[in-house]
Design a protein around this ligand. Structure first.
Ligand code: PMP
Length: 360
């Protein structure tokens, strides 16, 4: 096997090596049962314990209050774009959305199938380089909830603090869950695809306040009704066993690292190194406005598209992979989620300095 490289992929993203090594053993023979993890019944006592432990670690790490359910669903984070309005809206009902990028836009498009959607803020004209401050939008009194994307994976923006409102807050935290301490009790629903900060692709975590489980219209399909999954502890049908296991292993690792607070401190320091490098150069330009900067995804540009292509190719040659920006904005992007090591960021910075000096 070739040596592992630094993987700046936006998702699926780098995972802790210890987790990968443990998984490679458990896939063949889980806890000396003689059966591999992905071959065993989801109702076996071994797998039921994996699911229960994963949920309880998430509850502990995020301090999830008892009146919230934790669901492990399939269909990707994208399925939440329609499940949320399908379960919470209905004829004549309204919801407010903040349009801060591609993933918010996709959620808005789906929500419009189910209700009256007010897009109270959009930074589209500024190529989504910022998130709104409190006074940049108003929420209609008859709105059911306020939906926003806490970290915009493509544009590298992140809400430094969350909207303050009496309405139920609904947040897509796919690309920053577990990266900083949050107060779950301020939210109606938090959801996140696992494949960036939590584990392998295949499971979407939904944290939902229990009074929201009873709002779905009667014609909601069984599999798309949150209550179905809440009532059966996400075992209504076969769950994504391997992905849930993977999340559990990542959460064990996160606990060993000191939990969410320790991770937040590390993330601030780690992203700070890269932003300092960008800010102290006139060669590299960050995409996001300074006050909206993400600690997870850092898109940046070089003086020309040709130089960007050369930069990405030469970086790959020295083991810095996955630095190509998303096709919708081009340029470069370094995704540095929880499991991305600081040494990789240091190596990138050294490379950036050398590249700028050699390619004036
Ligand atoms: N929301 C955000 C913020 C994302 O970054 C992504 C994926 N990159 C999605 C939603 C969609 O996730 P999925 O592919 O699991 O549907």
């Amino acid at each position: 096997m070739a040596d592992r490289v630094y993987n700046f992929s936006a998702g699926p993203a780098t995972l802790p090596v210890d987790v990968l090594e443990q998984a490679s053993k458990d896939i063949v023979n889980f806890k000396e049962t003689g059966i591999g993890l992905i071959e065993m019944s989801h109702r076996s006592k071994e797998f039921m314990a994996v699911a229960a432990d994963t949920e309880s670690m998430l509850r502990e790490l995020m301090e999830i209050p008892d009146n919230y359910k934790v669901l492990f669903l399939q269909g990707g984070a994208s399925s939440q774009f329609f499940m949320i309005p399908m379960n919470l809206l209905g004829t004549g009902k309204k919801a407010t959305y903040l349009n801060t990028g591609t993933w918010a836009k996709k959620a808005i498009k789906e929500a419009k199938l189910f209700g009256d959607i007010d897009v109270a803020y959009s930074s589209e004209e500024q190529t989504f380089n910022r998130v709104p401050l409190k006074d940049d939008y108003t929420i209609d009194a008859d709105s059911e909830y306020l939906y926003f994307v806490s970290n915009n994976t493509i544009y590298g923006t992140q809400f430094p603090s969350f909207p303050e409102t009496e309405k139920d807050l609904i947040a897509d935290m796919s690309s920053d869950i577990l990266s900083r301490k949050i107060d779950v009790s301020k939210f109606g629903i938090i959801f996140a695809g696992a494949q960036k900060n939590m584990g392998p692709a295949g499971v979407t975590v939904v944290i939902i306040r229990d009074d929201l489980l009873d709002k779905a219209p009667a014609n909601t399909p069984t599999m798309l009704n949150y209550k179905t999954h809440a009532d059966k502890d996400s075992m209504f049908n076969t769950p994504p066993c391997f992905a849930i296991y993977g999340v559990g292993e990542v959460l064990k690792w996160l606990k060993q690292q000191g939990g969410v607070e320790a991770m937040e401190a590390r993330n601030i320091a780690k992203a700070g190194l890269l932003y300092d490098c960008i800010d102290s150069s006139d060669y590299y330009r960050g995409h996001a406005e300074v006050t909206s900067r993400s600690l997870m995804n850092i898109p940046f540009n070089l003086p020309s598209a040709d130089l960007e292509a050369k930069f990405i190719a030469e970086a790959a040659e020295v083991g810095l992979m996955g630095l190509k920006g998303h096709r919708s904005i081009g340029g470069c992007r370094a995704s540095i989620y929880n499991a991305f090591p600081t040494e990789g960021v240091e190596k990138l910075i050294a490379f950036m300095k050398e590249f700028a000096a050699a390619n004036k």
